[in-house]
Ligand binder design. Structure first.
Ligand code: SIN
Length: 563
C-alpha cells in the first residue's frame, strides 16, 4: 500500500454529543438492506437501534422500478444467473460473492413473499418474471408493474411496525449519522448522529454499540443529475473512509442508459425509465429512427448497462445530440399503462406520452458499484463495522452491476450480517468498547459549495473520463478542501456536502489512476480493457496521519487477505 497526497480529516466538525443511546447493534439506513438486517437481528439480539436519515421509506429502495433478480423459474439456474453477473462485471466480480448471491437469492425472495411482499403473478399464480439488460433469461420479479422497490419497502416497514412495541428494537427517524465512533484500536463502537427530534433525543448525540451496520445507500448526489433521491449523499461511505475502513472499486459508477432527458439544466433526481421497458420490447433510436444498438452487441438494446450507455454516448457524440430516444409505441397504450403505471404517469405529468411518442433519454448516474469493502459475512476491515447494500463493496458487481441485482444483494447480505453479528454476540466476541477522545482534526465544507463539487465530478468523472478530466476534478476538489472550515456552519446540508467532497476526492483519484476502460469506467484516452495491468481492485484507506493509502488487490485474491 502506498500513501498518496489526499488527506482526509478523522471527523466532521460538529458539537459534542448532548445525549447518548445504548444498543447491541446500530443499523444505519432503512432500505431493503437496513430493514432486513434489523428485522432479522431483533429475533436474536436484545437491543437493536435502527436510525434513518429522514423517514423509513425515503431511501433508494422505494425508487427501484425494474425489480429483483433471482433464478426462480424452474428452467433457470443459479449457475446461469452467476454467469450473466460475471459477464456484466467485466472480470472484476468476486466469484464466491456472486455464487453466494445467486444461490441464496431465491430463498430470500420467497421469504420476502412470506413476509408480505406482493409480487406480480402470472395466470397460474406464480411470480411473473421479466427480462432486463445482460440477463439471458426472464428472472426479474416485479411488483405493481414498475413499483417493485416501493412494494418491498412497504412490506418491510409494515413488518417493522408490527414489532415496534417490542422493547428490543428502537427506531429513530430524521437521524443523520455524522461519524463513526472508534476506540483506540480503531474498532467501531457506535456513531455520532444528528437528530431532528423532540425532548431528550434532539441535536447531536452518540449511540454506543458493539456493532454498527452501515446500510446508507449510494452517493448519486455527487453528480448534477442522478436517478437517486436527495438523501443519497454517500454519508456512510464517507464516514467509514474517515474512520479508516477500506473502500474499493469507487471508480465504477453506473450510469443508467435510459433516464428521461429534461434538458441540460435539469439537476438533482431525474425520472428513470426502467430497463424493463426495453425488456418488454422498447428500442433505442437516433434522430433518424435508426436502431443503433443492433450490431453493437448480441443482446442489442438489452446488452449490459455499460454497453448500452456507451452506445448512446457514442451516438450522441457522432450526431451532435444531447439525448437519444426510447421508442415504446408499438407496445400499445393499454399494455404500457398496465405494465408501467408509475412510469407512464410520471412521463405524462412531465408532458411526454410513451404511447404516442418516443421518449428523449440520456444516461445519468444510477448506482455505485464500489463502496466499503466487505467479506462474505459483511464484515469490513474495521472490527465491529459491517456494510450492506449499495454502501458496500461485496465483490458482487465488479466493474458494472447486472440489472436488478442490487435489491437482491441487500437482501442476501443483510441476512448474512444479522447471522454473523448474532453469533459473535452469543460468543462474546464483540466487546463493549470505549470511544477514543474526539480530539482529531475535524473539517467542513459549507453547503453553498455543493454545486461546485457536483459540477467538478460531472465534468471530470462522469460517464466519459480521461486523465485530463479526472485530474481537473481532483484539482477542483482539492481547492475546495483547502477552504477554511471556519467559513462553514455545522448542519445537515454542510455535513452532506463535506461527505460528497471526501468521496469525490477518493473517487477522482481512483478514476485517474485506472488507465483503461472497463464496465462503468469509460476512459476516452484509454478506450481498451487492459487485463494484463488492471485485473485488480483499487482500495483506499485513511492512514493514521490522515493521508489516503492506496492498494491494489488482484481479483483472484479474496478480500481481507493481504500479501
Ligand atoms: C431499472 O429498472 O432499470 C433499474 C433496475 C436496477 O437498477 O437494477
Amino acid at each position: 500500500m502506498a500513501a498518496i497526497d489526499v488527506t482526509l480529516p478523522r471527523r466532521l466538525a460538529a458539537a459534542a454529543p448532548g445525549w447518548t443511546a445504548e444498543a447491541d447493534v446500530v443499523v444505519v439506513g432503512s432500505g431493503i438492506a437496513g430493514l432486513t438486517c434489523a428485522l432479522r437481528l431483533r429475533r436474536r439480539v436484545d437491543r437493536v437501534l435502527l436510525v434513518t436519515k429522514t423517514v423509513l421509506s425515503a431511501g433508494s429502495t422505494g425508487w427501484a422500478q425494474g425489480g429483483i433478480a433471482a433464478a426462480l423459474d424452474p428452467d433457470d439456474t443459479a449457475q446461469e444467473h452467476l454467469e450473466d453477473t460475471l459477464v456484466a462485471g467485466v472480470g472484476l466480480c468476486d466469484v464466491e460473492a456472486v455464487r453466494t448471491l445467486v444461490t441464496e437469492g431465491p430463498d430470500r425472495v420467497r421469504e420476502l413473499v412470506a413476509l408480505g411482499a406482493q409480487f406480480d403473478l402470472d395466470a397460474g399464480g406464480e411470480i411473473k418474471l421479466t427480462r432486463e439488460g445482460g440477463h439471458h433469461r426472464d428472472r426479474i420479479a416485479h411488483a405493481g408493474g414498475d413499483a417493485t422497490g416501493a412494494e418491498i419497502s412497504r412490506a418491510l416497514i409494515t413488518a417493522l411496525q408490527r414489532v415496534l412495541d417490542d422493547p428490543g428494537i428502537e427506531v429513530i427517524e430524521h437521524a443523520l449519522v455524522v461519524d463513526l465512533l472508534t476506540d483506540d484500536e480503531r474498532a467501531v463502537c457506535g456513531v455520532t448522529l444528528h437528530v431532528i427530534g423532540e425532548g431528550q433525543i434532539d441535536g447531536i448525540g452518540a449511540a454506543h454499540a458493539r456493532a454498527v451496520v452501515l446500510a446508507t445507500g449510494g452517493f448519486g448526489q455527487i453528480y448534477t443529475s442522478t436517478t437517486n433521491p436527495h438523501v443519497a449523499t454517500g454519508d456512510g461511505i464517507a464516514a467509514a473512509l474517515r474512520a479508516g475502513a477500506r473502500v474499493a472499486d469507487l471508480e465504477f459508477v453506473q450510469f443508467h442508459p435510459t433516464v428521461l432527458f429534461l434538458g441540460e439544466g435539469s439537476t438533482g433526481q431525474q425520472p428513470l425509465i426502467s430497463e424493463a421497458v426495453r425488456g418488454e420490447g422498447a428500442v433505442l433510436v437516433d434522430d433518424t429512427g435508426r436502431r443503433f444498438m443492433q450490431g453493437r452487441h448480441e443482446l442489442a438494446d438489452l446488452a449490459p448497462r455499460d454497453i448500452v450507455a456507451r452506445g448512446i454516448l457514442d451516438v450522441m457524440a457522432e450526431r451532435g445530440l444531447d439525448h437519444v430516444w426510447l421508442d415504446a409505441r408499438h407496445l400499445g397504450r393499454d399494455f404500457l399503462e398496465q405494465r408501467f403505471p408509475s412510469i407512464v404517469a410520471r412521463c405524462r405529468e412531465l408532458g411526454f406520452d410513451p404511447a404516442t411518442e418516443p421518449l428523449p433519454v440520456a444516461p445519468a448516474q444510477h448506482y455505485a458499484s464500489g463502496g466499503v469493502e466487505t467479506d462474505l459475512r459483511g464484515r469490513t476491515s474495521l472490527d465491529g463495522l459491517y456494510a450492506c447494500g449499495e454502501v458496500s463493496c461485496t465483490g458482487v458487481h465488479g466493474a458494472n452491476r447486472l440489472a436488478s441485482n442490487s435489491l437482491l444483494e441487500g437482501l442476501v447480505f443483510a441476512h448474512r450480517i444479522a447471522d454473523d453479528v448474532a453469533a459473535r454476540l452469543d460468543d462474546g466476541e464483540l466487546a463493549l468498547r470505549t470511544p477514543a477522545a474526539a480530539d482529531a482534526p475535524a473539517d467542513l465544507l459549507d453547503a453553498s459549495h455543493r454545486i461546485e463539487v457536483q459540477r467538478a465530478m460531472t465534468r471530470g468523472c462522469g460517464p466519459l473520463r480521461s486523465a485530463t478530466s479526472t485530474a481537473a476534478a481532483a484539482a477542483a476538489l482539492e481547492a475546495l478542501a483547502a477552504l477554511p472550515p471556519s467559513a462553514a456552519e455545522p448542519g445537515p446540508f454542510t455535513w452532506e456536502t463535506t461527505n460528497l467532497l471526501h468521496l469525490g476526492q477518493a473517487l477522482a483519484l481512483l478514476a485517474h489512476r485506472r488507465e483503461e476502460t472497463r464496465g462503468g469506467h469509460i476512459r476516452t484516452d484509454a478506450p481498451e480493457r487492459d487485463d494484463e495491468r488492471w485485473l485488480v481492485h483499487q482500495e483506499l484507506a485513511r492512514g493514521a496521519d490522515g493521508r489516503l493509502v492506496l492498494g491494489e488487490r488482484p481479483v483472484s485474491r479474496p478480500m481481507g487477505v493481504r500479501s
